[in-house]
Design a protein around this ligand. Sequence first.
Ligand SMILES: *Cc1c(COP(=O)(O)O)cnc(C)c1O
Length: 453
Amino acid sequence: MGDGTPASLTARLRALPAVHALAAALDGPRPAAVAAARWALEERRAQLRAGTDDPAAGEDLVSRAGELLAARERPSLQRVLNASGVIVHTNLGRAPLPVAAREALARVAEGYSNLELDLESGTRGSRQDHVADLLCELTGAEAALVVNNGAAATLLAAAALGGPGRAIAVSRGQLVEIGGSFRIPDVIAASASRLVEVGTTNRTRVADYARAVQEGAAAVLRVHPSNFRTVGFVEEVAIEPLCALGAPVIDDVGSGVLVDGTGPLAEEPSVARSVRAGAALVCCSADKLLGGPQAGLLVGRADAVARARAHPLARAMRVDKLGLAALEATLRLHSDPATARREIPVLAMLAASKEDLDRRAELMAATVGPAGEVVTACARVGGGALPLVELAGPVVRVDPAPLGADDLAARLRAGDPPVLGRIRDGALLLDPRTLTGAEAELAARTVRAALDG
Ligand SMILES: *Cc1c(COP(=O)(O)O)cnc(C)c1O
């Protein structure tokens, strides 16, 4: 170590190797090695200037640059083990795909496909043809259109049925924000329509909508308040009386429950019910409770879907071939409810049996070792769906000592693979509901290794 004087600092900075000399000592492709060498040198210079360099690390810049090079070669987007118990976790990519969807996606990714080719006639086809009939069969709709996510579906619906000089009526109780920049008043503005607010925050009646329609509203938009609930002195209008008013209704149901569900799914509005009621366009996401890839669905009346299809925004929002392949496969699974519950991971997790969860939790606790014990806690659906539903079940409570729970969580996020649990009362909880059997085992071993240092 130097004596801390400016002269010795300058001398030590000067003594650092040149970028190219350090890069030459690394084993890796040239541009990546140069970048890693540059980072390592910048890091060391900053440490020297701040006086925080570790004397024990000596001048071992080569191994530090090697570490940085290895880190750079790991993919940024990677597999994560979700032990959080949140089934539709937006930050973790929402729905894991069913096997059939993964296979369909790989087949289409590998080579060319008939994405926009009608194989029978040899003429140009529409990419929508691969899923439109399935969506109509599943929901009872006359027509369907797929775009790249749920937000796009709602914006396109508002633009197609509203637009310049036209008003869209929305209940004040449904002027919601659904994550980030998706706020209904802003969506209406972006569709170039005029927003007409009806009713109040807590109570909106049919008569409120009827007045807006008499005054010339071109459409009514109903939005499912996905991730919050109002309770107490509240009133909102069901889809049936709303459609009976005669104006085109856009119904953004959000989570993509296609037909009236059972169990916890019964609490979510279904696409089929809104179609039966006569909604012009029903919008939802495909990667929430539908359990498929990221996509947005619009189904409903033929004239309304045709307007959406013809709108210039439709092309800007079009679904890609990989998503389309995965969506088609997922929709086919939905044709049989029992198959859907077995094969679609999101639905299987919702319906997981207590015996299965108990078995996985016991196995995880045993693998984690003395720091792990099985307790009962509640998983959440997530993704803005079913905010009040709590899925009680066994979880593994991990005592992080001597680490704090936050430190253990940080170590697990840095793991290979990263593991995401949830922290409660100073302990880390690992929820088997959102892990497959193999993942549960791997997550528990990763936790064990993190505890052992
Ligand atoms: C989630 C959600 C959206 C947005 O869908 P994305 O697929 O996330 O773009 C829009 N409306 C409602 C009611 C939702 O729940």
